[in-house]
Design a protein around this ligand. Structure first.
Ligand SMILES: Cc1cc2nc3c(=O)[nH]c(=O)nc-3n(C[C@H](O)[C@H](O)[C@H](O)COP(=O)(O)O)c2cc1C
Length: 161
């Protein structure tokens, strides 16, 4: 089965989760970056402002051809119970027609459900749907623990393939 893991990360944790998924599922992993490469506190504020206004930001890549994949995972950090602006912009630019995605939310500790609902609405507006979803908590957890927790979670979701 050909699997794609798409993700955005601001501070790296969603990248750790995506790496674990990619290695376990032998998937292709594609990072969706903020084209402006915003970093630090001012970068975060700028991205939060864009998300609050639902304003587009440029991403790299902007689009991905999803047609060659049997299974697609999409990962997003939780920013105030919402996805960050690059996730919104990437979804808006892509065609999810007829595709069912697995969502994973990476967060300190709370609010994943609302992020899932928010992203689900956006995916549905682009013709797709959301099947399984899960979240990974990162607060006070090492990269090693985040990696290990992701492997446990993906085993549950896939029935240990
Ligand atoms: C602006 C902002 C808002 C956040 N809001 C939440 C939140 O509502 N709930 C939560 O559990 N974590 C929240 N977090 C923490 C992030 O979700 C957490 O650090 C996550 O691991 C970041 O993923 P990343 O390293 O891939 O960017 C927030 C972080 C930022 C920067």
């Amino acid at each position: 089965m050909k699997t794609l893991v798409l993700f955005y990360t601001f501070s790296g944790k969603t990248g750790v989760v995506s790496k674990a998924l990619g290695e376990y599922l032998k998937a292709e992993v594609v990072e969706v970056r903020d084209r402006k490469g915003r970093k630090g506190f001012s970068g975060m504020l700028s991205l939060m402002k864009a998300a609050g206004a639902d304003a587009p930001v440029e991403t790299d890549p902007e689009t991905v051809d999803l047609s060659g994949y049997d299974r697609i995972f999409l990962g997003s950090p939780n920013w105030g119970s919402r996805p960050p602006a690059p996730v919104n912009s990437f979804i808006a630019k892509n065609n999810f027609s007829g595709r069912e995605l697995t969502l994973f939310i990476v967060q300190h500790a709370f609010g994943a459900r609302r992020v899932v609902d928010n992203i689900t609405k956006r995916i549905e507006e682009k013709g797709g749907s959301v099947g399984a979803c899960f979240h990974i908590n990162t607060f006070l957890r090492s990269k090693k623990r985040i990696y290990g927790n992701t492997i446990k979670k993906v085993k549950e979701i896939t029935g240990g393939e």
